[in-house]
Design a protein around this ligand. Structure first.
Ligand code: PEP
Ligand code: MG
Length: 539
């Protein structure tokens, strides 16, 4: 038996077979092709398929944003269909006998470089279009890659790292545990693992030859045991049963109030990323949903979800939760959350870039589509809207203007909707510092400690090398949290925490003392927190 040590992201024991996640590398290899005509035919087929995709994108964009914004997809179709770019790819295949992926990449780099060097700004921007169509073409050409990671049976999934878009597309019933070689505790992949309620480890130094091995994941100790002997396996099987017994004991706290012995009531809500998570919220007796990360609906999607698609999802969540509150956070894309349906410009510093509300204010049509869907779904339950990454009061003013327009449009379209409570995430130090001003503009605050910590400490939450410096519950962050709660209460609004720190039981008592009104955590953390809060004396 071999023992590998890493860090725990979520506890629990898993026993099963290992499947190694195959990387979708961007590296395109140069391969000599014996039959050039065959390769040209493959290119032709991929081209047709890519054009089909672009046609669909055009219609979708036209419906959502109007024809001038959709035009770009027509331009991409034309660039692919005929002209110098596609001719250059063909010529490389003919003269160099190389694979179409390589020829497309080389032609793409050549033309992008040419555009970049032009004086005219408009022409320089065409470099991004060339890169975009090249990416599409290469993806279609290597279409089989999409099926590289078929998971047939429940497995322990082992990967170098997983992006949030990879993770969101996984069939949750088939994953017993996650084991990552890289990763950080505050990444969205770690957050998703917690929501899935399965053991998860990061920074485990495994070698690549473990595919198919039998293994045990101990999420509590942060260990991966490879090829355990019979005796060891039996010991862990017993521990797994004991773990399940512990879970049953927690079940005694279902249906009980989240209230301290002194009578302080705390709302104990859940964080979710999709409608599928509602099952876990209800089975763990969540009192509401404090954070619906709506951007997870966009991850891994080739096309933006339409108003109607989003409406159905939010409506379904609202109906399932009945009169319990559901706080839908508007699209928080950017940084590590990149969606193929929303091509963002490459940024030097994406965590500080055009993300969250900034992206929505830059793309009002996408924002409006989502707002319409949420307002319409509001009729079916107890929904609230929350905006991410706020830094200034003017952003709220702007949001209110857009909201007004959205309501007028809904009236004109004859679609019924409901006015909903409006809140903001306090996750930038700026928002925390001016929380006295922001509190006058909204109905509630939800403190996003993941980003608030990253920006206050100036430490990338994704960077595993910083973990010895990264201190959850740093005094600077705690002081900001206290200030935000005080300012909220002075203005007569409530304040909660929906970042991971809200589930960290080392700080629960302090948060309760500060006067926190709500904690929103991954579903599996609800009952342990309720048990803890019920043991506190605070009044
Ligand atoms: C946060 O930043 O604390 C938060 C809840 O948002 P996310 O983790 O999705 O950035
Ligand atoms: Mg955040």
């Amino acid at each position: 038996m071999k023992v590998l040590e890493g860090k725990s992201v979520f506890s629990g024991i898993a026993i099963g077979k290992i499947q190694v996640w195959k990387e979708e590398t961007d590296q395109v290899k140069r391969v000599h092709v014996p039959d050039r005509n065959q390769e040209l035919l493959r290119l032709e087929e991929a081209k047709e398929k890519a054009i089909e995709e672009l046609k669909k994108l055009y219609h979708k964009a036209e419906a959502e944003t109007g024809s001038s914004e959709a035009e770009i997809f027509e331009v991409h179709q034309m660039m692919l269909d005929e002209g110098e770019y596609i001719e250059d790819i063909k010529s490389r295949i003919r003269t160099e006998s190389v694979n179409a992926e390589y020829a497309a990449t080389a032609a793409g780099e050549h033309f992008a470089d040419m555009f970049r060097k032009m004086d005219n700004e408009y022409m320089q921007e065409r470099a991004a279009d060339i890169q975009d169509i090249t990416k599409r073409l290469v993806r279609v050409l290597s279409g089989e890659k999409k099926n590289r990671n078929v998971i047939q049976e429940p497995v322990i999934l082992v990967a170098q790292d997983l992006s949030p878009s990879d993770t969101i597309l996984l069939d949750k019933d088939k994953i017993l545990a996650f084991v990552l070689k890289k990763g950080s505790a505050n990444s969205h992949t770690a957050i998703l693992a917690r929501a899935m309620n399965i053991p998860a480890l990061i920074q485990v130094p495994f070698s690549d030859d473990i595919e198919g091995s039998r293994a045990i994941v101990d999420g509590e100790k942060g260990k991966l045991f490879l090829d355990p002997d019979k005796e060891f396996l039996e010991k862990y099987t017993k521990e797994q049963v004991a773990e399940q017994e512990k879970q049953k004991l927690l079940a005694a706290f279902k249906g009980k109030e989240t209230i301290t012995k002194g009578g302080r009531r705390i709302k104990l809500f859940a964080n979710i990323g999709s409608g599928e998570d509602i099952k876990a919220v209800l089975s763990n007796d969540g009192e509401g949903i404090g954070l619906f990360r709506s951007e997870f609906l966009y991850l891994g999607k080739e096309q933006l979800p339409t108003e109607e698609e989003q409406f159905q999802i939010y409506k379904d969540v609202a109906l399932q939760m009945g009169d319990k509150k559901v706080i839908i956070r508007t699209l928080d894309l950017g940084a590590d959350k990149q969606a193929p349906c929303f091509q963002m410009d490459k940024e030097e510093n994406p965590a500080m870039g055009c993300r969250g509300i900034r992206l929505c204010l830059e793309h009002p049509q996408v924002f409006k589509t989502q707002l319409k869907a949420i307002l319409r779904a509001g009729i079916y339950g107890n929904l609230s809207i929350m905006y991410p990454m706020i830094t200034s009061a003017w952003e709220i003013t702007k949001i209110k203007e857009i909201l007004k327009e959205v309501k007028l449009e809904l009236q004109e379209e004859g679609k019924p909707y409901k006015d909903l409570e409006q809140g903001i995430m306090v996750e930038t130090p700026a928002a925390a510092v001016i929380s006295d001003l922001l509190a006058k503009e909204v109905d509630f605050f939800s403190i996003g400690t993941n980003d608030l910590t990253q920006y206050t400490l100036a430490m990338d939450r994704q960077n595993e090398k910083l973990e010895s410096f990264y201190e959850p519950g740093h005094e600077a962050v705690l002081r900001l949290i206290r200030m935000v709660i005080e300012n909220a209460h002075k203005a007569g609004i409530w304040a909660g925490i929906c970042g991971e720190l809200g589930a960290d039981t080392r700080f629960t008592e302090e948060f309760v003392k500060m006067g926190i009104d709500e904690l929103s955590v991954s579903p599996a953390r609800i009952l342990p927190l309720r048990r803890l809060i019920r043991s506190m004396d605070e009044d």
